[in-house]
Design a binder for this molecule. Sequence first.
Ligand code: UTP
Length: 286
Amino acid sequence: MITKAVLPVAGLGTRFLPASKAIPKEMLPIIDKPLVQYAVEEAIEIGIKDIIFITSPEKDSIEKHFKKNNKIEKKLKQSGRDKYISKLNPKIFSDIQFHYLNQENQNGLGHAILQAEKLIGDESFAVLLPDDLFFSKKSCLSQLLEIYSNKKSSVIAVNKIDKENIHRYGVIKPGLVKDEVIQIDDIIEKPSATKAPSDMAVCGRYILSSKIFKHLKSTEFDKFGEIQLTDAIRSLLNDEKIFAKVYDGEKFDCGSKQGFVHATIALALRDETISDDIIKIIKEID
Ligand code: UTP
């Protein structure tokens, strides 16, 4: 059983400046819901009880967002707008423990995860990068959980990426494949297209063994001053088997402007309350 999830949200979000100057990138909405809430809901859906944010003091709006707001709830009741209460204070959050840990310096994803060590202890845990948005009948995390339940080993989601873009990701070297479960032979952070061991890149959902912390601690900073999670996963391969699953579903990279706009259009077209208007608007754009 996996009950703890780590959500790193301390990044600088430079690709979204100036929007991300006062509003955390993770709080930018796709239609009417902040990116980070989609990830939190995906985690809760598989039974996560502790959500551990790795954050920074500038991003206090994230904490505010997940706290119950009784003042606005009262106002909504008084003005007969009760139907909005479930959006303001969703019931699914009520038995969840939200934790907020600061990452003082933005020394990369691996460094962010390392901050959670004390709260995780020796359990396996989920990691969700909120700027990767996934939509599928069975959620991405739930696809990983199924494999974890059988193997009791770390498992990470991958998706196929074209050659021109592979250098931006962690890429796995697949080993034995059985029932769509890939045993990872090696993993390399941001390889050149010619050195990439496959076209399968890590995407933002993981279930990791707590042994990862030992490996994060011994991982050296890269030339950009960051500790890469991929490097620690590579080192963990010396101790344990790690599996991968090609994610079956739709993925939007909302850390990039193109992906963010793509997700916004896709979701708008699926929202019955606005889709007709959106189609009309798109047709009218010259
Ligand atoms: P990204 O690299 O996509 O986010 O990290 P970023 O660094 O904020 O974005 P850019 O490149 O400057 O535009 C993926 C996730 O990891 C978190 C980010 O907040 C994001 O949710 N992260 C990244 C941290 O928590 N700490 C870090 O040091 C780096």
